[in-house]
Structure formats: structure tokens, C-alpha cells
Design a protein around this ligand. Structure first.
Ligand code: SF4
Length: 356
């Protein structure tokens, strides 16, 4: 195991109010009657583990929908003092009451699905909230005592321009947030967007421009890039997600949850009733020899901290083929520069194709 400390715990919450047309995460709309049974099943599954977790992440789906159950779920796990406990939160359904419940349950980090602060873009994305509601939720979260708040934004929203992205990021910079995740919109084949792509989707060139603009503005606003898609104020990197990129272990509970646990990667089937009714969640092995060389290079080069010498040494022949502005060798580590990050896929395949 490549762990420096305890494992992380991921809990997949498979509920949403309505499906957004671009999203292929496993979640079901309108299944409110199943919240309680789901929460009991999560607790039951946690009871099989006695180990201590130092990060917890409620992802989804829309985790705030099960806020009333979070305290009992967390009470079923052994959580280290000072653990980072994150919940994703949707401005369309989270209320002041939800925020208070989550705080009381011990959630100390919120990841808010803002996506954009332009109403026209939110409409294109089929989101159920507007920009004012997203801003209001962040302010209410600060008032409720959350001192670590992240905002998700989407790059390449149909119709997005440099000006509109800049306005979104500038407005975010004025809010009490410490972290920004910026993901490029991709067309997932099984979604309405995948089947019927919007005509004004950003092409590769535009996406690259939006990404570069996002890197520049986040830095100017004091959010430093620590991973390809993630930017944080000093000391506010997401500890849970760092475990994924550092190839450390975590346990996933809930339908569609993935795990890297006891040197195996496995996934829980996307079957909510099956999860609720089974005494213990079923799992399917997805990789029985994880953590191989290529995987560690790929994960590690996503991070601004890069990779240590024992990993980068075999990559030296490939590095000679790359312009020097894309990478840096410093303090015994190889990392991509901000100019290199947009070319991550190209650079990593080139390096791995020329190992010695
Ligand atoms: S984007 Fe978020 S709110 Fe929309 S369907 Fe996906 S998980 Fe649910």
C-alpha cells in the first residue's frame, strides 16, 4: 500500500432532484422514499470496517438531499480527530436548514456545484438554480460556520465566452471560498448532451483558451493550481482527492462507488435497490494489480507537486523530446508547468512511450 496515513472514505449518494443533461454520474431523480433505506444500508456496510478514516467525502448525486441522515452515517464510522469531511452541495436544493444539519453532523468542507455564475449558461446546462442562488448559498454556508468551501465551475459550457468565464471567476473570487475545481464539459455518450450535442459546444481550440484563462485568473485571485483541474488558497487543497492522485487507498460505499482497498480496485454495481437490500454491498474487481508504474506516473503528473526521482528516472529519454517550458525538474521532482498542464495527455503518452 502506498498510504502515508489512514485511508479515505467515499460515500456515493445516488439521488438528485432531476438529472442534468450532461451528467453521467449514477443518480436517480425523485426517489425520496429510498433515502432512509439507503442511509441504513450505508451504516450497515460501514459496520464491517473497524479502521480509522482521516478523510470522508460524500459525493454524488446530490449529497445534501440526505443531510438529515449524515450524522447517523458518520457515527457508524471511526473518524480521526481533525479529519476532513466534505459533502457536495447543490444550490438548487440546499437550504439554511440543510447547511445547519450538515455542520452539526461534522461536515467541515463543502463542495458547491456552482458550475457558472451566468444565468444563460446555467439554463443551457439544465441546472435548477440561478447565479444569485449559488452566491447566496455560499454566503449562507459561511454564516453556518463552513470555513472551507469549494466551488465547481464548468469550462466549455455552450455559449461560454472568455468574458463570461472571467466574470464568473471574478465573482467567485469575491465570495468566501478557498478552492475552485474547473472541469471541462465532455460529451458522455449515454446522456442527452451526448446523444444530441448542443450546437454551440466549445471546440478544442476554444476549450484550450478557456482553460488557459481559468489558470491565469485563478492564480491572480489567489487560488494556486495544485492539480490539473484544481486550484486552492494556501492550505486548502482537498486532502481526500489528493489521496486519489497520490495513489493512496480509500474505501467506497454506495452504488457506483469505487474503491482502492487492500491493493485492489473494485466498484459497487449501479443498482440502488440491490444496495439497499443486500446485507453487504457487492463489488466487482476492476483492477487486481493497481498502482503499476504507468498509473503512478499518470496520477502523479496531474499534480503540481509532480513525481519523485524513482518515478521520473525512466522518463528522461522522453523529456529530451519536450520543449523545456512544459516541465521542470526541481528539488528531486519532475512536474508539469502551467504551460504543460493543458498538454497533459500528449505529454504523458509521449513520456511513457519513450521510457528507458
Ligand atoms: S450534475 Fe450533479 S445535480 Fe446534475 S444530475 Fe449530475 S449529480 Fe445530479
Amino acid at each position: 500500500m502506498n498510504n502515508s496515513g489512514n485511508r479515505g472514505l467515499y460515500i456515493h449518494v445516488p439521488f438528485c432532484v432531476r438529472k442534468c443533461p450532461y451528467c453521467d454520474f449514477y443518480s436517480l431523480p425523485g426517489e425520496t422514499a429510498l433515502y432512509s433505506g439507503y442511509a441504513q444500508a450505508v451504516k450497515r456496510n460501514l459496520s464491517y470496517y473497524s479502521e480509522r478514516f482521516d478523510t470522508v467525502y460524500f459525493g454524488g448525486g446530490t449529497p445534501n438531499l440526505i443531510a438529515p441522515y449524515m450524522a447517523e452515517i458518520l457515527s457508524a464510522a471511526d473518524i480521526a480527530p481533525g479529519a476532513e469531511i466534505t459533502a457536495e452541495c447543490n444550490p438548487a436544493s440546499a437550504t439554511a436548514e440543510t447547511l445547519a444539519e450538515m455542520r452539526a453532523a461534522g461536515i467541515n468542507r463543502l463542495s458547491v456545484g456552482v458550475q457558472s455564475l451566468q444565468d444563460a449558461e446555467l439554463k443551457k446546462l439544465g441546472r435548477l438554480h440561478n447565479a444569485d442562488e449559488a452566491e447566496a448559498l455560499i454566503l449562507a454556508a459561511e454564516k453556518a460556520g463552513f470555513g472551507s468551501i469549494s466551488a465547481d465551475v464548468i469550462l466549455g459550457v455552450p455559449g461560454q465566452t472568455a468574458e463570461s468565464l472571467s466574470d464568473t471567476l471574478q465573482r467567485l473570487g469575491k465570495l468566501p471560498i478557498q478552492h475552485i475545481s474547473a472541469y471541462m464539459l465532455t460529451l458522455e455518450p449515454a446522456t442527452p448532451f451526448g446523444k444530441n450535442p448542443p450546437l454551440d459546444m466549445a471546440d478544442d481550440e476554444k476549450m484550450a483558451d478557456l482553460y488557459a484563462l481559468c489558470q491565469k485568473l485563478c492564480e491572480e485571485l489567489g487560488f494556486h493550481q495544485y492539480e490539473i483541474s484544481n486550484f486552492a488558497r494556501e492550505g486548502f487543497q482537498c486532502r481526500h482527492n489528493l489521496k486519489y492522485w497520490r495513489d493512496e487507498e480509500y474505501l467506497g460505499i454506495g452504488p457506483a462507488a469505487h474503491s482502492f482497498y487492500e491493493e485492489k480496485r473494485f466498484a459497487v454495481p449501479k443498482d440502488l435497490p440491490g444496495f439497499i437490500n443486500a446485507p453487504r454491498q457487492t463489488t466487482e474487481i476492476t483492477d487486481d494489480s493497481p498502482g503499476d508504474y504507468d498509473e503512478r506516473v499518470m496520477m502523479g503528473l496531474r499534480l503540481a507537486e509532480g513525481i519523485p526521482e524513482e518515478l521520473y528516472k525512466p522518463l528522461l529519454p522522453g523529456l529530451k523530446l519536450l520543449p523545456p517550458e512544459y516541465w521542470a525538474l526541481e528539488s528531486g521532482r519532475l512536474r508539469l508547468t502551467s504551460a504543460g498542464f493543458p498538454l497533459y495527455n500528449y505529454i504523458v503518452s509521449l513520456l511513457l512511450a519513450h521510457t528507458e
